[in-house]
Write a protein that binds this ligand. Structure first.
Ligand code: NAP
Length: 710
């Protein structure tokens, strides 16, 4: 609801504050100005005023009133899908990498804006550099872990007929709609890019909707991305403003990624298009993350120190406005006072509250006065629920202003760090109320099992820390809490310096958690790309499966022709090109020579009697590595040519032992061809099968080579 004060404020602010535009259908869009009573005949931009978190000054107006969201969604589904569909995974990954480099070169402007949200330099680094880091990671993982095509093959092929004529395979293809991404206010850049990057890599266009209080930072980032000229048409649109009813436009083609409060998540999940039409909704919501101090972590141990350092970091980084912040300290009951003292001492030593633009400030305000009021409300509820202040003060804080003076906060959204403690570890409030600020609560446990039970009372969390160097305690705690958590950090003295931290999701590992944490999962490397794709089990002949997946499989047509496939560059090599070698007999001398030459004199190759007593061998047998070496001698084409190097083997299995007098031959078939975007060569994976004179399979593996494009 709009209040009278807010309405007049909008009009006044309109003279100075700019409206944060949206970027839709390939162009920047702002709401039409409306007549303003307070500035006479002139017209004023309208929108929700957003204020500098430290000073209260209006910095922007945010509105998307009048925006044609349906048209933006259609544009993503048509133009965005088409332009991303023209690119392979590797080409998209390369765009992400180049984009990351570009954002790195212009990030200073983002830092300046980020100051206005109350973020310190370090907070902004988590948001801005963290976001750019996600792009870099997906730019690199996309080229290393995905094929240079548009379809992702999941797992090994399944043979469904005795004679190999029918099989199955799981295959991922991108969804044909839009990825609609609704973000929380706390990380306007990271929050946006960690959703955008995997969707982009999957080939699904994004519409991002930042939270109103920090939309102006997200908009600046999108502007830089658009200005880079790197984005394929329609791959990214931005809606700045409190767009409501977006779910009305979505259907089974689309994905929604949401980060924010549990109550908003609940309202989305009750929407008919989610319940009945099948819009896929992934939620990251609030979380009462625990940090368990192990029974062994006495004061003076590295684990105790690391625990205290981690608690203070999590309470104060981003002024505690992190979904992953530690909210519940679960510590041995008799150590509660020691923990409170150590946490307090560290805060006193390290934390300076104030305007992040002032020298020496290490903790800024909350993002808005509304957030400050919310946090104060939550602190009061925690106190009413049985908590008391173990360290800190609830009085209005004195803060360092931008000019270096220290005084009352005035219009800034400041809250001091506060550690609460509960005598009753089962008090409902501590396990239910998330104070989204520099606030944590401590409870005591009596046994490791008790600690597990208390941690899990969070009802499902994003992350927990176990600070312990006792392997037995770690094993029990981990086994007990893992099913309730998306991520668990085990903190001991050996990782105290190198750990990425309790509160920092990394793009390589999953971010999300069960139950109260929303039940969603983001990041986790290529896993999150697959969230924007549909997994389909496809069944058919080997030829059909080869054609649909771009990976040759046994039973599909192959071609042995006069030209050795190693003479063919990537330009001419085709999947299914093969070589079938002559047979080579393996003699006892070969085995003895290999044993002596390599030093591998394992009894199965050197001692007839001992080998025969082994349940797997009829007597002395050839070394597996001897067979691989002979196979290479059988299939290789030795002269310089397009094949540049052999860089490994995968999936090697020795199936049938080879005795002296047996012979082996090898069939090598081009299985997968992956040209590199940035090099003059690519990877070729060859299917290798060794058979004996009875046509029994002796060994199977993939040979990995680098082959020139021309
Ligand atoms: P919120 O009120 O749920 O808002 C989050 C986002 O949803 C904002 O972009 C908001 O837009 C939008 N939104 C709210 N109602 C909407 C509706 N009916 N239709 C469309 N969009 C709607 O959450 P918040 O209070 O700003 O964020 C803080 C919460 O987020 C905390 O509880 C925190 O734990 C959680 N969080 C979770 C994670 C995580 O990864 N799990 C990360 C960060 C924060 P407007 O701003 O325009 O209203």
């Amino acid at each position: 609801m709009t209040t009278q004060t807010e309405t007049s404020y909008r009009a006044d602010a309109a003279a100075t504050a700019r409206i944060v535009p949206s970027f839709v259908q390939g162009a920047w869009w702002s709401p039409s100005p409306s007549p303003s009573p307070s500035i006479g005949a002139a017209v004023a931009a309208t929108g929700v005023p957003v204020r500098d978190a430290s000073t209260g000054e209006v910095v922007a107006l945010v509105s998307c009133e009048g925006l044609d969201l349906g048209a933006a969604i259609d544009y993503a589904r048509s133009v965005g899908q088409r332009s991303l569909g023209d690119l392979t995974f590797h080409q998209r990954a390369l765009v992400l990498k180049t984009l990351a480099g570009y954002l790195n070169s212009v990030k200073d402007g983002l830092y300046e804006l980020s100051d206005q949200t109350g973020a310190t330099r370090r907070d902004s680094m988590i948001d801005i550099d963290g976001g750019i880091g996600v792009l870099f990671t997906y730019g690199s993982k996309g080229r290393r872990e995905l094929p240079n095509s548009t379809v992702y093959v999941d797992g090994a092929p399944e043979n469904l007929a005795r004679d190999g004529s029918f099989g199955g395979q799981h295959v991922y293809t991108r969804v044909p709609g839009v990825a609609f991404q609704v973000n929380a206010f706390n990380f306007p850049v990271w929050g946006m890019l960690e959703k955008f990057a995997p969707a982009f890599l999957a080939g699904v266009p994004s519409i991002v909707k930042p939270a109103t209080p920090t939309a102006f930072v997200a908009e600046a980032c999108v502007r830089a991305m658009v200005d880079s000229g790197l984005l394929p048409e329609g791959s990214l649109q931005l809606v700045s403003g409190s767009v409501r009813g977006f779910l009305d436009h979505l259907d089974v083609r689309d994905k929604v990624g949401f980060t924010g409060s549990a109550s908003t998540a609940r309202s989305f999940s009750a929407h008919p298009n989610v319940l009945e039409v099948g819009v896929d909704l992934t939620c990251e919501t609030d979380s009462l993350n625990a940090a368990i101090l192990g029974p062994d972590a006495e004061p003076g141990t590295p684990e105790f120190d690391a625990y205290v350092a981690s608690v203070v970091t999590e309470m104060t980084a981003k002024a505690g406005q992190k979904c992953t912040s530690i909210r519940r300290l679960i510590v041995p009951r008799e150590r509660m006072d020691a923990v409170a003292d150590a946490v307090g001492a560290r805060i006193e030593k390290r934390v300076v509250l104030g305007d992040p633009r002032a020298e020496g400030v290490t903790m800024g305000p909350l993002a808005s006065l509304d957030q400050r009021d919310e946090v104060q409300k939550s602190i009061n509820a925690l106190l009413a629920g049985g908590g008391h202040v173990a360290w800190g003060s609830l009085d209005a804080p004195l803060v360092t202003h931008a000019d270096g003076t220290v005084g009352p906060a005035a219009d800034g959204a400041f809250v001091s760090p506060v550690l609460l403690a509960f005598d009753d570890s089962d008090a409902g409030a501590v396990h239910e109320i998330e104070a989204f600020g520099p606030v944590a609560s401590m409870i005591g446990y009596d046994s490791v099992t008790d600690a597990v039970r208390l941690a899990n009372r969070g009802g499902g969390s994003l992350v927990a820390t176990i600070a312990s160097a006792d392997p037995a305690a770690v094993a029990t705690l981990f086994a007990g809490i893992a099913p309730f958590h998306g991520r668990v950090l085990v903190l001991d003295g050996s990782v105290a310096r190198t750990s990425t931290g309790h509160g920092s999701p990394v793009p390589h590992l999953v971010h999300g958690g069960p139950g109260r944490a929303g039940g969603g999962e983001e990041l986790g490397g290529i896993r999150s790309v697959l969230h924007y794709m549909q997994r389909t089990a496809v069944q058919g002949s080997p030829a059909v499966l080869t054609a649909l997946t771009g990976q040759w499989r046994a039973g599909a047509p192959s071609r042995v022709d006069a030209e050795h496939p190693f003479r063919k560059s990537l330009a001419r090599l085709r999947i299914g090109d093969a070589i079938a070698s002559e047979a080579r007999e393996i003699t006892l001398d070969d085995i003895g020579h290999f044993a002596e030459f390599t030093g591998d004199t394992f009894y199965a190759h050197t001692d007839e009697e001992a080998a025969a007593a082994n349940p797997f061998f009829p007597g002395r047998v050839a070394h597996g590595y001897l067979l691989l070496s002979f196979a290479a001698g059988l299939f290789v084409d030795p002269a310089p040519g397009p094949v540049l190097a052999n860089y490994g083997l995968e999936n090697l299995r020795f199936v049938t032992p080879v005795s002296p007098g047996d012979s082996v031959r090898v069939t090598l078939t081009a299985k997968q061809i992956t040209p590199r975007e940035t090099d003059e060569y690519g990877e070729v994976r060859w299917d290798a099968v060794l058979q004996n004179q009875r046509d029994e399979v002796v060994a199977t593996y993939d040979v990995l080579t680098l082959v020139a494009k021309e």
